[in-house]
Design a protein around this ligand. Structure first.
Ligand code: FAD
Length: 398
């Protein structure tokens, strides 16, 4: 029986643990937290005052035969197959899967910790997201700035979703004429991928949201309530909601070269094996894969690793399928893969409904029970297929 150790207890880790065959593997999940959070829920706590019940006990999301250990992993020796925790526990394995996600790193930008402590953020904790809502609910006018603090972002649509939901909120409260809404991004356009940008840029313009592109966040001067870019641009604010930079978990690896400068695990984009290491895989946000950091990606990568562990052919195609809330009950999906550029996917009420439905089915999806349905849906919405269908529609009649 092969001993598989999964480090992390989030989307990727939990789904993988549920997928591995109990007759073939002795599976252990080690996570720093006893709780599992449905992170997309933070957006709705922050901008819609949604209920805070977005966590479940990780143990209850795992099958009984899977061992669950709540420990903070501090050292992973990939050469000797040994893992050490903060409490001094030592774990060994035959195969390890690293699924430790990313964490916010506001300290990387001067003034950002302070401004996020004041106004909250919607990428870390429930308390921080509730703080965002409290400040938003107090707005009576002035300048609200929402922005992406670094290029790497957990759930790339989420900074824009924040500004779109904030605009909807201000309009509903009759505060639009007294409030200026500014969005900043380090990218050359509001959304980095062109297909989605074609949809979002006109929406931002129509809703009167000022967009500042190429804005590389340098520092926040909280005394003067001003945000500065590296290029010397300034944005004054009354309320600032800034998505912080993200970095990998504070774990020491042997060899240390498996990590990049953001502590992301250097991972082969097809096999999902950790660079230069036998018997080690990495999935989800923790990797340096050139795909969106999204739960959907973690799920699809876990499927590939499950196949590889079972010695079956396995190759990740870079598939992304991330829902994006455009506010006013409409949504789109960010759909792409390594081979296919992001599709221009028309906004609809159905897309919005599907995003909302995910909040309900998320916990069941971790069990793998919905995968036959997902498989069909993902096949029907393969980016190559969608692009071909669109090209067919656009072809002039002979
Ligand atoms: C506002 C917001 C909106 C989002 N919307 C969407 C969406 O609509 N669709 C979508 O697909 N995704 C969305 N996401 C992204 C999605 O939540 C993440 O991409 C997903 O959770 C990543 O899964 P993961 O398994 O890689 O990491 P995580 O789910 O973050 O899990 C990481 C796990 O590692 C554990 N861990 C960390 N460090 C250690 C350590 N040292 N020792 C032991 N355990 C450790 C943690 O306890 C945690 O259990 C959103 C995220 C946010 C914040």
């Amino acid at each position: 029986m092969k001993r598989v150790l999964i480090i992390g207890g989030g989307s990727g880790a939990t789904f993988l643990a549920n997928t591995l065959d109990r007759r073939q593997f002795e599976t252990t999940v080690v996570s720093a937290s006893v709780l599992h959070m449905f992170q997309p829920g933070l957006l709705y706590i922050a901008f819609k005052n949604a209920p805070a019940g977005i966590t479940r006990a990780e143990r209850r999301l795992l099958p009984r035969h899977v061992h669950f250990v709540q420990q903070d992993v501090t050292h992973v020796n990939l050469r000797e197959h040994r893992v050490r925790t903060q409490a001094g526990m030592e774990l060994t394995y035959d195969e390890v899967v690293l699924a430790t996600g990313v964490q916010t790193a506001a300290a990387r930008i001067p003034g950002l910790e302070e401004v996020n402590a004041q106004f909250g953020d919607y990428h870390s904790t429930i308390e921080q997201a509730q703080k965002v809502w409290r400040h938003l609910a107090e707005v009576r006018g002035g300048t609200i700035v929402i922005g992406q603090g670094a290029a790497i972002c957990k759930c790339p649509p989420s900074p824009l979703e924040g500004v779109l939901l904030a605009e909807e909120f201000l309009r509903e409260r009759g505060l639009k004429s007294r409030t200026k809404l500014v969005y900043f991004t380090p990218y050359p356009r509001p959304y980095a991928a062109e297909g989605i940008n074609d949809i979002v840029a006109p929406i931002l313009q129509a809703r009167g949201i000022e967009v500042r592109t190429f804005f590389d966040l340098d520092r926040v001067d909280t005394a003067n309530r001003t945000i500065y870019s590296i290029e010397g641009e300034q944005i004054p604010y009354d309320l600032a909601l800034i998505v912080p930079p993200f970095i990998g978990a504070p774990i020491t690896y042997e060899p240390a070269e498996v990590l990049d400068e953001d502590r992301l695990i250097i991972t082969d984009k097809f096999s999902l094996r950790v660079k230069g290491v036998e018997s080690a895989f990495a999935i989800g946000d923790a990797t340096n894969l050139p795909t969106s950091k999204a739960g959907v990606g973690a799920h699809l990568e876990a499927k590939v690793v499950a196949q590889a562990l079972a010695a079956k052919p396995a190759r990740f195609d870079g598939r992304t399928h991330c829902p994006m809330d455009l506010a006013y009950g409409k949504g789109t999906f960010v759909i792409g893969s390594y081979a296919a550029p992001t599709v221009k996917y028309a906004p609809s009420r159905l897309n919005h409904w599907m995003k909302a439905a995910m909040a309900r089915v998320y916990w069941i999806s971790l069990r793998g029970w919905l995968d036959p349905l997902f498989d069909v849906y993902f096949r029907l919405t393969a980016p190559e297929k969608l692009a071909a269908r669109k090209a067919h529609r656009l072809r002039p009649a002979a």
